[in-house]
Ligand binder design. Structure first.
Ligand SMILES: [Zn+2]
Length: 711
């Protein structure tokens, strides 16, 4: 199961800023010659990556904020009484320049950063936080929103507009609009501090991950890795001036892919240690202090806003609603998950003992012996699959093919639009009626200047109010093979490609009026649901037979091989569920503290928390430890890492629906699109689900899938 990094959801400030030039004040002369100053003239306002230079961002940010504050002041100071049009719609139309700068910058900084962009990020984060506060804490503006909200039933608004008014009211209240002036000032200080700290944390994690790559002296020590992977490690070392050595890169999770194949136990242990100690062994990128400061500042913010803790504040706006509901779900699943993991550990230990290994299984051994058990029990090696999962085939004959069958989409690659990296591919996406729906960017390869994990984001979001369309990107971190070699994916990478494309569909199918509700602008514990559903098509027989072909011979993947993989994936569910739950529980523990409860010892608190929650099983460390837990401390999924499991309940139930209805059929895809994927955030998320499914979700399909039914 893939755990993408951070899905960038609509506009970072909560307000959705417009994408087209409206009656906005003109940018100042400071932006003369700056390609960000006006909407791109490329199709669908696709960014002019070849024109945009690093130095264009800072002045465009400054100007974008200045213009939007002018627009907001005009709305707040309007002498005419508040109307939906002159207040709410006017805000939806504000900030055109800032949105363009922010989405372009945010996407590039995540996917293709450098020291200059990092420095701009550090400078702008607190300024953008202050900018958001200047809008949401504007008393005159809030008074107008509230006056409309109080008479919302008399305004004769259509359903989407009424929901928008309610959404704005909630956004203002949650941002502190009801606070006293003194408390508003305190909140502004906290928001600025949090923004700066989160930026520091994010940059530390990437730098520390790069710095933690394992240096190995001899080729022999990497036994088990393919020749191509060892050659890549040699090339990576050479590029860092360590000619003759080998550099094994680290990925963002605790687990590291080479652990499954490295036969040298000492090297496995070194690699695992390099991963697990990230951010907590001293040095320039140590994140312990910054974690404590973030936790404290968030707790103080929650207190100021009248909540027991930051998780309570955060969850109130999610479909889960409160900490009790989340603690209940995670708590109930923790015990059976750990029980399963311990059973799996016993199976692994049996292999070690049979080999007269003479040691106890620990975290660095898990993946290696799991593959051995798989090989014994299911008689296959996962590497046998890779020749059938060639990247281009997976994308065009798998991911795109499924979208064609389900939704009638077609794709045409174009090479005329500029890209920020030569590996990025660009596709026009057409609806069944031949009309262009969106532009899709596929940025699939790992780079040292790219955040870890996988994610989707948009350079432009659909809105009929603004006349804009979706320009959507998927980012993965597939290791790039040496020149001339094919890119062969693992089964998990294939599923990730389908997963991220599920987010892309959610963006592309958006058919809403207001930008605030576009595409993936839904609660965080709902947003992973459509993407997880899309994973089902990766192994759907008709899709699979269309793309899983041997890259050399074109021979179809033997069905029994795939059946073995799928059966074998159930073997490691105890591990996967436990490592995920441990991280989710840690995320909750850190965010269910009051300011006075913030500890001083990060690792001590982490260890005690895992123990208290019954998930302290050393062979299965949390999927992310605190000091490199970007979901939790960079901002995107703070107190929200549980969202993947929460969404998976809806996902598993929806997969059953597709199966009941005959699977890969246009009428099924069209129903899912009409009732859910096209609706963005225009209605309560659970209403959307009920409209689609015809009832509330049930949990049984999820328990069944994860082997937690006790059967
Ligand atoms: Zn996702």
């Amino acid at each position: 199961m893939s755990r993408p990094q951070v899905l960038v959801i609509a506009a970072a400030l909560g307000l959705a800023f417009s994408q087209t030039v409206l009656a906005a004040p003109a940018p100042a002369a400071a932006l003369a010659g700056n390609p960000l100053a006006a909407a791109s003239t490329l199709p669908f306002h696709y960014p002019a990556f070849d024109q945009i230079k690093d130095e264009h961002f800072q002045p465009a940010f400054v100007e974008g904020m200045r213009i939007q504050l002018k627009e907001i002041a005009a709305i707040a100071d309007n002498k005419k009484p508040a109307t939906f049009e002159n207040t709410i719609v006017a805000m939806e139309k504000s900030g055109e320049l800032l949105t363009r700068v922010q989405t372009t910058f945010g996407n590039l900084q995540g996917a293709n950063t450098n020291d200059k962009l990092d420095a701009i990020d550090s400078e702008m984060s607190p300024k953008l936080a202050a900018h958001g506060d200047a809008i949401y804490l504007n008393a005159k503006l809030y008074a107008r929103v509230k006056s409309l909200y109080d008479k919302r039933d008399q305004l004769k608004l259509d359903a989407e507009s009424k929901h928008l008014l309610e959404r704005y009211h909630t956004d203002f209240v949650r941002a502190g609009a009801k606070l006293s002036n003194a408390d508003k000032e305190k909140l502004k200080t906290l928001n600025g501090a949090i923004a700066t700290l989160q930026t520091t944390f994010t940059q530390n994690v990437l730098k520390e991950t790069n710095a933690s790559a394992l240096v190995v002296d001899t080729r022999e020590e990497l036994a088990g890795m393919t020749d191509a992977a060892i050659d890549a490690a040699a090339a990576a070392a050479k590029a860092k001036g360590m000619d003759g050595k080998f550099l094994v890169a680290i990925v963002n999770t605790s687990g590291q892919p080479p652990l499954a194949v490295l036969t040298n136990r000492a090297v496995r242990e070194r690699l695992m240690a390099a991963s697990l100690t990230r951010g907590s062994h001293g040095g320039e990128f140590d994140s312990r202090e910054v974690v404590l400061k973030i936790a404290k500042a968030r707790a103080e913010k929650a207190t100021l806003l009248g909540y027991a803790n930051f998780a309570a504040y955060s969850l109130e706006d999610q479909t889960a609603h409160d900490t009790a509901a989340v603690n209940k779900l995670l708590g109930e699943l923790a015990k059976p998950a750990v029980t399963n993991a311990k059973k799996e550990a016993a199976d692994l230990q049996a292999v070690v003992d049979a080999d007269k290994g003479g040691f106890q299984i620990d975290a660095s051994d898990w993946a290696f012996y799991t593959d051995k058990v798989r090989a014994q029990r299911f008689a296959f090696d996962e590497n046998q699959l890779k020749p059938y999962f060639e990247l281009n085939n997976v994308l065009t004959n798998g991911v795109f093919y499924a979208a064609g069958k389900l939704y009638g989409l077609s794709f045409k690659e174009r090479k005329d639009l500029p890209v920020y990296n030569p590996d990025v591919r660009v596709f026009d996406v057409f609806d069944a009626n031949g009309k262009q729906l969106a532009i899709f960017l596929a940025d699939m390869y790992a780079r040292s200047n790219k955040q870890g994990g996988a994610w989707m984001n948009e350079y432009s979001s659909q809105s009929s109010l603004l006349g804009t369309h979706s320009v959507v990107a998927n980012h993965l971190n597939i290791p790039k093979p040496p020149a001339g070699e094919p890119t062969l994916l693992t089964y998990d990478e294939v599923k990730t490609a389908f997963h991220e494309f599920g987010h892309a569909l959610h963006g592309m199918f958006s058919n809403v009026k207001y930008p605030r509700f576009s595409g993936t602008s839904v609660p965080r514990d709902f947003v992973e649901y459509p993407s997880q559903v899309n994973e089902m098509w990766a192994v759907w027989p008709e899709v699979l037979s269309n793309y899983a072909k041997h890259y050399k011979t074109g021979a179809p993947m033997p069905k029994e091989l795939l059946d073995k993989v799928i059966a074998s994936k159930k073997f490691n569910q105890g591990f996967l569920t436990t490592e995920y739950l441990s991280a989710s529980l840690l995320d909750q523990r850190w965010h269910q503290l009051t300011p006075s409860q913030i500890p001083t010892d990060v690792l001590g608190f982490e260890a005690q928390s895992l123990k208290d929650m019954g998930v302290d099983f050393a062979p299965v460390p949390p999927r992310y430890r605190t000091t490199y837990f970007s979901h939790s401390f960079s901002g995107g999924y703070s107190a929200g890492y549980y969202a993947y499991l929460w969404s998976e309940k809806l996902d598993a139930d929806t997969v059953e629906w597709f199966k009941e209805k005959g699977g890969l059929k246009r009428e099924n895809g069209d129903w899912f699109r009409a009732k859910l994927l096209s609706r963005g955030g225009t209605d309560d998320a659970m209403n959307l689900f009920r409209n689609f499914r015809g009832r509330d979700p049930i949990i049984e399909p999820l328990l069944e899938r994860r082997g937690l039914t006790g059967k």
